[in-house]
Design a protein around this ligand. Structure first.
Ligand SMILES: [Zn+2]
Length: 211
């Protein structure tokens, strides 16, 4: 037996269970997707986006990378956000971090991860900007968790500085950006940033030209 056979068996059971509940489910889904939410989360296997918020296929547009970063030169993430806002007209962008994030821990404790160091550098910048607050926490686990929260706040700001997001607001398109964090130890989500849904919440220095 192939060691991946279990995954195909699981898939068959999963598809059958959904079909038993709604016989036309996959047929309807094949025609179009109409999600209201874009999830930007960590690639960590313990933070599966759809399961956490109890949403079915078709209800959540998802982008995941190490430590849920939104980098203004990352064509991958920018393309996802562009498509979600401009084409799918999603109403909510959720940046969701998690406590105990390995990427955040690496940035804080100066671990070398090879190629990923370049990516982690984005979180080092968050640490450097907030070093007084972070270094004021003595407990090593609490320190990582604080930087996890600060990272979410920074990534929420980064989403709001993207032209397609600001252009949507200028055009009157309903769109809100949220910052959440997930506890791997208790399975609970928590909002840690006031939602942002208009241009006047964005500092002038980050406004897109002409807005
Ligand atoms: Zn993580």
């Amino acid at each position: 037996m192939n060691e991946l056979d279990t995954l195909f068996q699981n898939n068959e059971q999963w598809a059958n269970a959904i079909k038993a509940e709604d016989p036309a489910f996959f047929e309807k889904l094949a025609k179009q997707q109409n999600p209201e939410y874009l999830w930007i989360g960590c690639a960590d296997s313990r933070v599966p986006a759809n399961e956490i918020v109890g949403l079915l296929p078709g209800e959540l547009f998802v982008h995941r990378n190490i430590a849920n970063c939104v980098v203004h030169t990352d064509l991958n993430c920018l393309s996802v956000i562009y498509y979600a806002v401009q084409v799918l007209k999603i109403k909510h962008i959720i940046v969701c971090g998690h406590y105990g994030c390995g990427g955040v821990n690496a940035a804080l404790n100066n671990f070398q991860l090879g190629l990923a160091d370049h990516w982690i550098r984005n979180i080092r910048d968050v640490y450097y900007t907030n070093r007084t607050e972070v270094d004021g926490v003595l407990d090593s686990k609490a320190k990582v968790d604080l930087l996890c929260e600060l990272n979410v706040k920074q990534q929420v700001s980064n989403v709001c500085h993207i032209p397609v997001v600001q252009n949507a607001w200028a055009a009157g398109q309903p769109l809100a950006v949220h910052g959440w964090i997930y506890g791997i130890g208790d399975g609970r989500l928590k909002s840690i940033v006031d939602s942002i849904d208009s241009l006047d919440q964005i500092p002038e220095q980050y406004r897109v030209a002409g807005l």
